[in-house]
Design a protein around this ligand. Structure first.
Ligand code: C2E
Ligand code: MG
Ligand code: MG
Length: 264
């Protein structure tokens, strides 16, 4: 036990107690990171976005990496996930009102929701409440290969498909048993984790692994998007190997709603 552990625990406890108020006070802000179609070299086109939450507290912006993991443990993360989805619906309606043509937006949901029997109902209720075209919404859930999670995911996916909402597996390749379980993936889209994209271009094992994962997923009929793409070399490698969708600093960083509007 170290003092820093206690300070961290106390900070997180304090954070948790603040969540309901923070939501009420609109301290959570949704940023959008554009996704791009890179099939034409030198002519990337925005074809979607991911909604990413930020916490603006006393003028300071706190990134989700700092509070989401703690909230996942306590279950409070669900308040934020639904709040973000609602905000996405509000923004989509705003964009339509402005005369823009909204792109599909993905919203992150903690795996914890899979064990809530009302998960699909709650998502459906939000989309219907805001009367948003369900084909503009995508749900991202981090990869998991626990059997119960996979069964719950399958059920959730069926409900989402009835509704017209697509599902994507986030952070693919960051876990342990991805290859063995690849055939059981039920989602429409696979997001290749930054950690495996980072290794591209070193002409080592990573290039071989990434190119074959893409080939395999293409043959299985999955949509593929690479996360955390930072260099042209990575993008060119991905295109040459059959992955035409990227999200990463090379194309755009996450940005506030009004800035994102210019991408549309
Ligand atoms: P994620 O869903 O995998 O989102 C991608 C993260 O990678 C984002 O970090 C994004 O800003 C970052 N990123 C994108 N491109 C690049 C790049 O080229 N280089 C680098 N270094 N980073 C890049 P962010 O916004 O800090 O979010 C971190 C994580 O927090 C997300 O990872 C997601 O797991 C979680 N998160 C964010 N918003 C929500 C939410 O509303 N609900 C839940 N449950 N989790 C959320
Ligand atoms: Mg995500
Ligand atoms: Mg990810």
């Amino acid at each position: 036990f170290e003092e820093s552990m206690m300070i961290h625990t106390l900070k997180m406890r304090q954070l948790e107690q603040n969540i309901p108020d923070a939501i009420k006070n609109r301290e959570f802000v949704v940023y959008y990171q554009p996704k791009a179609d890179i099939s034409e070299e030198g002519n990337y086109r925005t074809n979607g976005a991911e909604a990413l939450v930020r916490w603006v507290k006393d003028g300071e912006m706190i990134s989700p990496g700092e509070f989401i993991p703690a909230l996942e443990k306590s279950g409070l993360v669900s308040l934020i996930d639904y709040y973000v989805l609602e905000q996405v619906c509000v923004d989509i309606n705003k964009w339509i009102e402005m005369g823009l043509k909204p792109v599909k937006v993905s919203s992150n949901f903690s795996r914890r929701h899979l064990h809530d029997v009302m998960f699909a109902d709650k998502v459906e209720a939000i989309i219907k409440r805001y009367n948003v075209d369900s084909s503009l919404i995508e749900i991202e859930i981090t990869e998991s290969y626990e059997v119960e999670d996979m069964e719950a995911l399958k059920k959730f996916e069926q409900r989402m498909h009835l509704l017209g909402v697509e599902l994507s597996v986030d952070d693919f390749g960051s876990g342990f048993s991805s290859i063995r379980m690849i055939k059981n993936i039920v989602s429409d889209t696979i997001k290749l984790d930054k950690s495996i994209i980072d290794g591209i271009g070193n002409e080592g094992a990573d290039d071989i692994i990434v190119s074959h994962i893409i080939q395999m997923l293409n043959k299985l009929g999955k949509n593929i998007i690479a996360e955390g793409v930072e260099t042209k070399e990575q993008a060119n490698f991905l295109r040459a190997n059959g992955c035409n969708n990227i999200q990463g600093y090379l194309f755009a960083r996450p940005c506030a709603r009004d800035k994102f509007e210019s991408y549309m």
